[in-house]
Design a protein around this ligand. Sequence first.
Ligand code: GLV
Ligand code: MN
Ligand code: MN
Length: 395
Amino acid sequence: MSKTSRMTSLADLADIGRDAKRGGYSRHGFDRAELELREWFTAEARRRGLDLEADRNGNLWAWWGSPGPGAIVTGSHLDSVPGGGAFDGPLGVVSALEAVDALRTKGFTPSRPLAIVVFAEEEGGRFGVPCLGSRLLTGSIQPDAALNLTDPAGVSLAEAVSGAGLDPARFGRDDEALSRIGSFVELHVEQGKGLAVPVGVASSILAHGRWRFTFTGQGNHAGTTLIADRRDPMLPASQLVLAARRAAVGDARATVGRVVPSPGGTNVIASTVDVWLDARSPTGARDLVGQISEDARQAAEEEGCELVVREESYGDTVHFDPALRDQLAGVLGGVPTLPTGAGHDAGILAAHVSTAMLFVRNPTGISHAPEEYAEPDDCQAGVAALAAVLEHLAR
Ligand code: GLV
Ligand code: MN
Ligand code: MN
């Protein structure tokens, strides 16, 4: 577990899925980059003699010991947001491989099965719903709903997974895979400015969700249509952005990061505008969105436009298993526990199995951007912490 091997492992992924246009990485569920990362993980698992298995929903599992109940599972995801950083997801997978190496180097043999999992499409960067692999596994999304999701090019999840050699007919809640998990511990880069020491333990995740607002007006000519005659959906769409900022008070967050006008011409008044809202709040993100939607509806009416609002995903506040959280903080010598506003597969699993997260310090607080970073020494502390935790749980 030298510093060199840690850097080497993350460096192995450095050229996969680089986004020349946006900077950083664009690696999305079952696209070429993510499939290449899956191959990399498969090779790394095999190189270590771990048994590789793809579950019914396209999540990958590498087993140290025979798959079975009571397993201690760690891992994360390999996909990214569009133009994302190098650490969000891959740090947890690489650290898991390195933690296994460290345990073997010290001669530890687990008395329970231990597995490293790679969840599919955690960011929802391609099909829109985050944590798709863990939601399918746990039944928190119905397989038909998931398989009919489409990417911006119109490719459905069913088509994408078929292209990757998976059988969409097998997708859906996987009680067998779920029942094998005794505890799940995900290591992740911390994504805000919440951690002043190298490693901490997560306490909770903010309730969060995604909504799609479709404003419909009348497409028309930018030069000949008098302002008084317009039904321009871009007007209420812009009011939605402002309403989101106004509504996000206290610890609530509301973000518009994606706006798609159609047809999208400089000299064309749009006929429709799709706006995606990401909302998170300690008091339940649906309340927050109710308020924002009212403002958007009023703005749409004033411009003579229609508005349709669809909830694309939702997750309630997650409180990680307090006993496991305190146990892990103790094993790590009393490291801090902290909440997060970021979503994770661990948050989905927490409703079904005993779940915890380890965070590695983020020196700038930047994440979901190319500048996302963690110091090599902190990453190494993360591997050591994960190894200590796995040893404690699997002894
Ligand atoms: C994923 O990282 C999210 O919080 O959206
Ligand atoms: Mn992320
Ligand atoms: Mn992540």
